[in-house]
Design a protein around this ligand. Structure first.
Ligand SMILES: Nc1ncnc2c1ncn2[C@@H]1O[C@H](COP(=O)(O)OP(=O)(O)OP(=O)(O)O)[C@@H](O)[C@H]1O
Ligand SMILES: [Mg+2]
Length: 406
């Protein structure tokens, strides 16, 4: 006995025929093959038998008095419980039209009388095979659905974890940024205040005015950072994006930078503005902070150079707006260029650890934060540099309206 036979063993076949002789032949043959066989002499009996127990296959005669095979088939197909049972029509009719009618009624196969016993057996087995493959497919489909659901759950869980990690990292970066940006102006306030109140040094009124100006500027810087943080928090609302012109931003910032006396007196300044640059959506505090960081780096890079010159250029092409900050500073070795934007990468001593008077200190966060801030506008910073000659840092802002917000 092969596996196919094991599968079909004790399958329940219902034979419906109004000719008892036909019933007998078919029943004997199928019983001999190991099937469980039930018999019905008319449509009514067939439907009752199906209600009692749903068979695996029905052999259904077409020509029967009262209710013919087509009608029985329609009833069975209309009932949820029996609609999937394969029906093999058996008929003396051999017209193509009858076959079409049988298949249209929902029949699965068609056997013409007089039939060969082997043919009936093969057709019954075929239907059982199809049935069994069908239920296996359904089972596999269900299993696949489960696997899919599991995978979806895993992906969802992993995504949640990644978002959580990203959120924690962002919070860390933000905290570093706050500390970094507030430390310097705070130091300015404290030192200026100490100087004003110091009994030991004698400072004149003009110097007091100068120092109080520094305190004001430093306070404004802190205030800006605070605004900036609030903006970061409300970023997703788009409220703080404004149509701004980079020429105005650069000019305003340079005005503010004049409070830095080194910048005002010791550094040559050249400006080239393209006045046709269109306004684009920007967050004021973000873009000024980036510009500020680049100018401060330029000033730092020139601290012990004999020639100190900063050139600021605004320009555009079809897709982007550019702000170049060019200096005649120490320059950057090619090997170091790739590290500039790493958090805490600095060639400068930490505050309080300067070896020479006037040597600039640094924490190595300026460029990193600048690049993060520019990402909001899909902006970037490009660098070209030559050791001993100087560097050009370029802010690149795309003109496209699309912005990555939130
Ligand atoms: N214009 C420049 N010329 C030469 N080197 C530069 C210039 N700008 C940046 N660098 C180099 O890149 C490093 C990183 O710059 P970044 O602004 O991130 O940090 P920092 O200036 O060292 O410290 P911070 O900005 O946090 O006070 C600097 O330490 C410096 O070595
Ligand atoms: Mg810096």
């Amino acid at each position: 006995m092969n596996t196919a036979q094991v599968d079909f063993y004790k399958k329940d076949i219902l034979i419906v025929d109004n000719t008892p002789a036909n019933l007998r032949v078919l029943s004997t043959m199928l019983t001999e093959q190991g099937y469980k066989v039930r018999k019905a002499l008319n449509g009514e009996m067939a439907l009752t038998a199906c209600q009692a127990l749903v068979p695996d296959v029905i052999l259904l005669d077409i020509m029967m008095p009262e209710m013919d095979g087509y009608e029985v088939c329609q009833h069975l197909k209309a009932d949820e419980r029996t609609r999937k049972v394969p029906i093999i029509f058996i008929s003396a009719l051999d017209e193509a039209l009858d076959k079409v009618k049988a298949f249209c009624a929902g029949g699965s196969d068609y056997i013409t009388k007089p039939f060969q016993i082997e043919e009936v057996l093969v057709r019954v087995q075929n239907q059982l095979t199809i049935q069994s493959l069908h239920s296996k497919l359904i089972e596999q489909n269900e299993a696949l659905k489960d696997i899919n659901q599991n995978l979806e759950n895993i992906v969802e869980e992993k995504t949640k974890q990644l978002i959580e990690q990203e959120r924690a990292a962002l919070l860390g970066r933000l905290t570093q940024g706050i500390v970094h940006n507030i430390k310097n102006p705070l130091q300015t306030i404290l030192l200026s205040n100490d100087l004003i109140n110091s009994q030991a040094t004698t400072i004149n009124e003009e110097e007091i005015l100068e120092l109080s100006k520094y305190i004001k500027i430093a306070t404004l810087q802190i205030q800006k950072i605070m605004d900036n943080l609030l903006i970061n928090n409300r970023r997703s609302q788009n409220l703080d994006l404004k149509l701004l012109n980079v020429n105005d931003i650069v000019q305003n910032e340079i005005q503010l930078l004049m409070s830095n006396l080194d910048f005002k007196h010791k550094i040559q300044k050249k400006y080239f503005y393209d006045n046709k640059i269109p306004s684009i959506s920007l967050i004021y505090t973000h873009i000024t902070q980036v510009f500020h960081n680049l100018i401060n780096n330029a000033i730092d890079a020139m601290w012990n150079m004999s020639e100190k010159e900063v050139t600021i250029v605004t320009r555009q092409d079809e897709t982007s707006i550019y702000i170049d900050v060019k200096d005649t500073g120490c320059g950057i070795a090619p090997d170091n260029i790739s590290n500039l934007f790493d958090p805490f990468y600095t060639s400068k001593p930490a505050k309080g650890e300067e070896k020479e008077a006037g040597e600039p200190a640094g924490t190595g966060l300026g460029l990193y934060i600048s690049r993060e801030l520019l990402k909001i506008f899909r902006g970037e910073i490009a660098v070209t540099s030559e050791v001993g000659k100087g560097s050009v840092f370029t802010i690149i802002l795309p003109k496209v309206a699309e912005r990555k917000m939130g």
